[in-house]
Design a protein around this ligand. Structure first.
Ligand code: NDP
Ligand code: PHD
Length: 338
């Protein structure tokens, strides 16, 4: 068993980490951290458990640690669900102390030596860990992308062989994406908010790195352009997006590619049976009906039309956040980096 911890374990993403790690077959969850407000108390006494799954009693008596290097320096891997401003320095310091950091935070995603990984899409980018280790530490940072970016990139995986030069995407993002304190009920109930700070910029640049090529020392960006418009909608979990790609590929061939898509990895506990599920139903995918497919790890795609136009949807705090990091860690272990 590999000893792991969660930074920011009381938050929206932190709770998902705890859900996924409490009974993990490879990882032993020994350490939970949060802010000074929560430190020193038992997790079950301090966490306001808001997930739609039962509280994992087995970790309830763990005492929450303050979030600092010494709290986690004897672990093999830490999962970071910290606000980005806190993650920036802390993740670097933890990696320098010899610990592997699998991060949800946006702080290091675009660093040239940090792999930005979706395991089914760019598992080879983990080679950047060796570039980080050339600096003389066993520790490393591996980031997972923004939650909307992950759903978009998985939905693109079967489409890549057809080629395109310009993507347009309009998102409908769940309120859990803003964190537990993120958006007041009075703003989102009976409403749509057509702005999410920095989200469009992330969706426009992260896919180019993820879909880029790795030559053993650096990533060369993929040669397409993304135009994004991001919107908050009154859905609890599940980011939906309408996508337009400028390819003349025949719809029937594209749908067949989705149906037969097989990722280049296997044998990881959180790899779902289907990473991308194509549905023929004209009113799907829908967040309420489809977000828990594959334990929340499957991205659902439908409404493929000439143009090429389609709709994609994925669970933002599982596939888009905690589940993405856990799958990254499983890939890291399977490739013997830990
Ligand atoms: N929500 C989502 O869908 C996604 C979120 N992310 C990213 O994941 C990270 C966490 O987001 P989310 O879970 O939504 O945020 P939340 O606000 O729900 O949780 C924040 C967590 O960080 C802790 N924390 C806050 N301030 C400090 C501090 N000064 N020192 C140490 N710990 C602190 C909190 O502890 P306490 O309870 O004690 O205050 C809590 O555990 C962010 O970087 C976010 O951008 C990434 C992808 C998707
Ligand atoms: N901004 C995303 C969630 C998030 O925190 O993204 P990032 O990890 O890129 O900061 C949303 O609101 O749905």
């Amino acid at each position: 068993m590999i000893n792991v911890g969660v930074l920011g374990a009381t938050g929206a993403v932190g709770q998902r980490f705890v859900q996924l790690l409490a009974n993990h077959p490879w990882f032993r969850l020994t350490t939970l951290t949060a802010s000074e407000r929560s430190a020193g108390k038992r997790y079950q006494d301090v966490v306001n458990w808001r997930l739609d799954v039962p509280f994992p009693e087995e970790v309830g008596s763990l005492v929450v640690e303050p979030t600092n290097v010494s709290a986690v320096s004897d672990l093999d891997i830490v999962f970071s669900a910290l606000p980005a401003d806190i993650a920036t320095t802390l993740e670097t310091d933890i990696a320098a102390a010899g610990v592997g950091v699998c991060s949800n935070a946006s702080s290091h995603r675009m660093d040239s030596d940090v792999p930005l990984v979706v395991p089914e899409v760019n598992p080879d980018h983990l080679g950047l860990i060796d570039v980080q280790r050339d600096r003389g530490t066993d520790g490393f940072i591996v980031a997972n992308p923004n939650c909307s970016t992950i759903v978009l990139c998985l939905s693109l995986a079967p489409l890549m062989p057809f080629g395109f030069s310009h993507l347009t995407v309009a998102t409908m993002q769940a309120i859990s994406g803003a964190g537990f304190q993120g958006i007041p009920a009075m703003e989102i109930y009976d409403n749509v908010v057509p702005y999410i700070g920095s989200e469009e910029e992330k969706m426009e640049r992260e896919p180019l790195k993820i879909m880029g090529s790795f030559d053993g020392s650096e990533i060369r960006d993929a040669p397409f352009k993304v135009s994004a418009s991001c919107h908050r909608v009154p859905v609890i979990d599940g980011h939906t997006m309408a996508v337009w790609a400028d390819t003349p590929a025949p719809v029937a061939e594209v749908i067949e590619a989705y149906r037969t898509y097989a990722p280049p990895i296997s044998g990881l506990p959180h790899l779902p049976a289907e990473s991308v599920h194509y549905t023929d139903e004209s009113t799907r995918p829908q967040p309420r009906l489809d977000r828990n497919r594959g334990g929340g790890m499957t991205v659902s795609v439908g409404r493929m039309r000439e143009g090429l136009r389609y709709v994609a949807m994925g669970h933002n705090t599982i596939r888009g956040a905690a589940g993405a990091s856990v799958l990254n860690a499983e890939l890291i272990v399977s490739k013997k980096y830990v």
